[in-house]
Design a protein around this ligand. Sequence first.
Ligand SMILES: Nc1ncnc2c1ncn2[C@@H]1O[C@H](COP(=O)(O)OP(=O)(O)OP(=O)(O)O)[C@@H](O)[C@H]1O
Length: 591
Amino acid sequence: MSNKRKKILSVKNLEVKFRVRSRVLTAIRNVSFDLYDGEILALVGESGSGKSVITKTFTGMLESNGWINDGSIVYMPNQKTIDDKISYFKKPLDIVNIEKKLVAKDVIKFIKQKNNKKVKELNAQISKLEKISTNNFSQAKEIKLINSEIEKLRLSIEKNKDAAKEFTKRNQAAKVTKDENKLKDLELRKTTILDPRLQKEEIKKLQKNVIDLQVEIDKVTDLSFKDQAMIKEIIATIESFIETRKQVSSIEAEKINTYFKEKRYSTKFEMELKELIESIVQRNEVDEEHFSNIMFDWKEVLNTKAKTKANKLIREIRGKTIATVFQDPMTSLNPLLTVGFQITEVLIKQLKMTREEAKKEAIKLLTQVGISNPKSRYKDVPGQYSGGMRQRVVIAIALACRPKVLICDEPTTALDVTIQAQILKLIKELQKEYNFSVIFITHDLGVVANISDRVAVMYAGQIVEIGTTQEIFENAKHPYTWALLLSLPQLGTKGEDLYSIGGVPPSLFAQIEGDAFAPRNKYALAIDYILEPPMFKVSETHYAKTWLLHEKADKNIGPKNQIKKTQINGSKKTAETRSKKTSPASKGDTK
Ligand SMILES: Nc1ncnc2c1ncn2[C@@H]1O[C@H](COP(=O)(O)OP(=O)(O)OP(=O)(O)O)[C@@H](O)[C@H]1O
């Protein structure tokens, strides 16, 4: 695959995080790659390596507990798209910018909402004090109210003090302290109300607070996307401490410390979070009540749906530019509606076709994806189709809007080997005909040997090796790619156990030091445990993230025999031959 081809998607330094029960995990760590116009790029790696998460970021399909923390994903429409009347995107478009609008306004909105609420409360207090200062009747009424509150508090304190003497009643002791503080406040308010000079001072103080909060409302709009992500991380860190009582790691504490040090202006909300974090780090304790008070409206803000514009754009991308085919066709199909109806709905909604035009086009699409008797099958519901045929229908729907990028997320994993070969062949044929680009996700390198132009190998949220399919199969450089190749059933010896990669991938909750694969890598070097390797260039099209490519590393390290793609092809061919014997496509899978 020549790098001279035009890029259609360019991913740079992508970082994706998820909040899981008040902890944060980093699922994608600084990933960069390009997708070229008309190519098939395979994303390969074990379960959990981040293949699906990456592609979900292209279409705004991350679950609500996930967000893009950093990086950019730029979609560049090709000439065909630009010339095409119905295509929606004519200019390069940074998908992350749209996503930011979807997820990042939360913090700004939250702080604004909180400050506005406080301003309202303060203004009410000011007007009450002003009223009291000019009206004796109001003053007497207020004093009466305060006196009755003071009386109630005194009674409550007496009662709880007795209970607190029993050593087990911790709650009562805390309540006594709280009530005593309230009592002090009320006494002070009473004195203020009775003294006109103090009253004026109090009004001035409150007015100053209002001004400070209003300045903050203006400033908070400047919070960058990164600031907001950091604030979310700090909140999660505090929540995690409350839940687990586990001390914050020194790396995290340092990161938070640096964030505050480098800030020119911090909002009151941030300052309060800073205080809470400091209390955790320095004294291993946190004022939970304070935290829940300042976070009171947080959850509501996170769930707001006021992100409609960005949502609309993302839907346009999802519908007209980047389509996805998932492993289980039933996740995309409605079991109660006929296949014909489901295809025509897309055509009518997205391409504004009339029902008649849509029907014609749907039958054409069904024919193209290899459904025999499309006119009669058009009226069947998905349950009347077999697994392989359903997947063909999903492909037809995905192609209905002529996408420029088709994401295939393990589309053949649930199918038996013969049907799998048919579907792969179909995708390849359609791709040639319509010249869209494909990102093919799979955990099985063997599946992509025949279909992909390039392969990107993923491990623990990173791309560890990328190259043309031939380079990856015949000249792999990363020990993880060697392990994947060696565990292919096609390469196993009859009667012997298949090679399996020992150990488990690292936890994505923790900061990963050095090379993430080192603990499972029998060729690991000492440096792998200390320093993360960079991407080393092997050729114009081939890069690998392993210290074994460093000029000082021993070049003889690695498995003795390199694997030939032809070995994989051989076994894939057998599957294809089997499928051809039962073709046309429908024969092996006629239902
Ligand atoms: N909604 C979520 N909440 C929390 N963690 C998530 C969420 N979605 C994905 N992850 C985590 O992100 C990491 C990458 O997941 P991803 O689904 O991309 O893996 P994958 O390589 O596609 O694997 P698989 O083949 O099993 O789907 C995993 O550790 C997963 O647990």
